[in-house]
Design a binder for this molecule. Structure first.
Ligand code: URA
Length: 259
């Protein structure tokens, strides 16, 4: 065990715990015996007068709104979101993943959350699903490296931190990030948005059910939005690529003013 008094970081603690579990540990027992008959020290009584103020200050969604609405540029928004301390996912993530692509792009793609590769690299959509996403948009003449706004995409996610084991973000976590996503879209001001997958629809539309929503124009953050099946889903269900192609053609037509 770590006998020094130095605090250990999250990843070291997680590795130590995994190692102990591998050795067969299935119970946590403290070094010092505990006398459970001893009367507990009296806990300080909370001050009733101070409670409402403290609660308001600690409301994660209000704190997110205050931080996001004060950001006047993408750089300021990234700094404010990276500094936001109420989302527990931040503790387990290696990197803050803000965005990639051209902020002048007419198309904004809103993904779900970073996975392992994105967490390591600090950029959205760089793993297998990201490579498929790049190929999908290249097929309609768009890329994250293009300079011209008509040919470019800008990519961000609802969550900037990787959830453990790539689990779905919880509604409370999405609610905390929504003010940042809203401000992000305002600052980029795209003409069209693609909502990639259920988490994006949950954040932007307040509803899930991507198989029902996909392919139908809707409105998100005051912009025309196309929900699409996530490339990670397409990797597992290749038959769904045909519908995704139809959705991409809709997006292309809308960008060209024909849909
Ligand atoms: N899936 C997402 O939705 N976003 C990423 O950045 C990577 C995978």
């Amino acid at each position: 065990m770590n006998s020094s008094a130095d605090p250990i970081d999250f990843h070291t603690a997680q590795a130590l715990l995994a190692w102990q579990m591998e050795l067969g540990a299935d119970e946590a027992i403290g070094d010092a015996p505990v006398n459970r008959y001893e009367a507990p020290a009296e806990a300080p009584k909370p001050s009733l007068a101070a409670a409402p103020v403290a609660e308001a200050e600690a409301d994660p969604v209000e704190a997110a709104k205050a931080a996001a609405e004060g950001a006047v540029s993408l750089e300021a928004l990234a700094a404010a979101q990276a500094a936001y301390a109420h989302c527990d996912l931040k503790q387990g993530a290696r990197n803050f993943v803000f965005a990639d692509g051209n902020p002048e792009a007419r198309l904004l793609i809103l993904g779900e959350a970073p996975g392992r590769e994105e967490d390591i690299e600090g950029r959205p959509f760089v793993g297998n699903a990201g490579q498929l996403l790049d190929r999908m948009f290249a097929a309609i003449g768009l890329s994250r490296t293009a300079h011209h706004p008509d040919e470019a995409v800008y990519i961000t996610n609802v969550m900037p931190w990787r959830p453990p084991q790539n689990r779905d973000p919880e509604p409370a976590e999405i609610a905390m990030m929504l003010p940042f996503v809203t401000r992000h879209v305002e600052l980029v001001n795209p003409d069209v948005i693609v909502l990639m997958g259920n988490t994006s629809c949950a954040a932007a539309l307040g509803k899930r059910g991507i198989m029902r929503l996909r392919g139908q124009w809707t409105e998100a953050f005051g912009k025309p939005a196309m929900p699409m099946t996530h490339p990670a889903y397409l990797l597992r269900n290749t038959a769904a690529k045909r519908e995704a192609w139809a959705d991409l053609l809709e997006v292309r037509a809308r960008l060209k003013g024909q849909a």
